[in-house]
Write a protein that binds this ligand. Structure first.
Ligand code: PLP
Length: 376
């Protein structure tokens, strides 16, 4: 089987190796909040262990959690689902993988706007389908008009990710509506990865499945706890969609991982059923960092970028065609890790993550500024 490993995790492995050799590396590469999981959630997990909830659960997740997710989706996302339309799994990454596996057949095409998170492309290939990459230009805002020329009878799925990894761009609601109409007219599915919905600056997140029953019937909404609740290590996410698709995902899950950890499910239940003020505190901190980072980067003459509207990344143009070599040298010579645009099918750029402390960001960008002067 031909499979490419995750480039962001590969860079992280290189950073960890350098760190183990005693080198001080500033890691602006990884997409993981640097905050700890909020105490209410941790306490719920400890209680679950103490209460003996340490066994297999229903494959698709404990009923209380599936119900709580429905309530969240109705209240916050304006989408009405029944608990049997929810499957909880080992992170949104696994649910995306399973969704592509159950929906795709050989010869199907999956439209993916780039720059994009590498995983989608690899997962589509693993499902035997063909990724159709459509190139967005800065400011990387997806529109129905950009998608339309690529739609044909083989189009099976359109992948949406708003706010986007790696650009932080958001699809405007009026465009999202037109995209929904396109999906209905041309009879393709939408997989909408909304994992960064809570990390958004000054705009309101809108879910495509909220527009009508017709679009809801062809959308799988993917979300998780990793980013909003700083729970990357708990490995828990969910998919919501038409019962038939959710049943297929659950069946596949029953033959692969079974349920995700029971303890993580009780922790996620606490995240869904309590007010967690840290979510807003983290969002505010990410916004302050975004402002800091974009302010500092704008003083580097050779670099250009679009200010992100969400997520915790800036996608920076090097104004040259290749970026891998540049990023490798930055890591070797200045000990700063960023992810090259090649990893997002969009070379000539790098992704800088601001999911790290302000002092790290200041030091890291100063090193980038000095390093860039060589190329000016
Ligand atoms: N979707 C996007 C766009 C991501 O950037 C990531 C993680 O980096 C994920 C999904 C995976 O999240 P999880 O931890 O829920 O598997």
């Amino acid at each position: 089987m031909k499979i490419s490993p995750s480039p962001t995790l590969a860079i992280d492995a290189r950073v960890k190796k350098m760190q183990s050799e005693g080198i001080l590396v500033i890691n602006l590469g990884l997409g993981e909040p640097d905050f700890t999981t909020p105490p209410i959630i941790k306490k719920a997990a400890i209680k679950a262990i103490k209460d003996g909830y340490t066994h297999y659960t229903q494959t698709a997740g404990i009923p209380a959690l599936r119900k709580a997710i429905c309530q969240k989706l109705l209240k916050e996302n304006k989408i009405g689902y029944e608990p049997e339309q929810i499957v909880v799994g080992v992170g949104s990454k696994q649910l995306l993988y399973h969704a592509f596996q159950v929906l795709c057949e050989k010869g199907d095409e999956v439209i993916i706007p780039v720059p994009t998170w590498n995983t989608y492309v690899e997962q589509v290939k693993l499902a035997g389908a063909k990724p159709i990459l459509i190139r967005l230009e800065p400011p990387f805002k997806l529109t129905a008009a950009v998608i339309k020329p690529y739609v044909n009878r083989k189009t099976k799925i359109l992948l949406l990710n708003s706010p986007s990894n790696p650009t932080g761009a958001i699809i405007e609601p009026h465009e999202l509506r037109k995209i929904a109409e396109l999906a209905i007219r041309h009879n393709f599915f939408v997989i909408s990865d909304e994992i960064y919905e809570k990390i958004i600056y000054g705009k309101k997140h809108v879910s495509i499945a909220s527009f009508s029953n017709k679009i809801k019937e062809r959308t799988v909404t993917i979300n998780g706890f990793s980013k909003a609740f700083a729970m990357t290590g708990w490995r828990i996410g969910y998919a919501a969609g038409p019962k038939k698709i959710i049943d297929m995902i659950s069946a596949l899950q029953s033959q692969t991982t079974s349920n995700t950890a029971s303890i993580s499910q009780y922790a996620a239940l606490a995240a869904m059923t309590n007010k967690i003020p840290e979510v807003e505190t983290m969002r505010k901190e990410f916004k302050a960092r975004r402002d800091l980072v974009t302010g500092l980067l704008s003083t580097v003459k050779s670099l250009t970028f679009t200010v992100p509207e969400g997520a915790f990344y800036v996608y920076v143009s090097l104004n040259q065609t290749k970026s891998e070599d540049w990023c490798n040298k930055l890591l070797t010579q200045r000990h700063v890790a960023v992810v090259p645009g090649e990893a997002f099918f969009y070379p000539g750029y790098f992704r800088l993550s601001f999911a790290t402390s302000r002092s790290n960001l200041k030091k890291g960008i100063e090193a980038i500024r000095q390093f860039s002067q060589k190329y000016e």
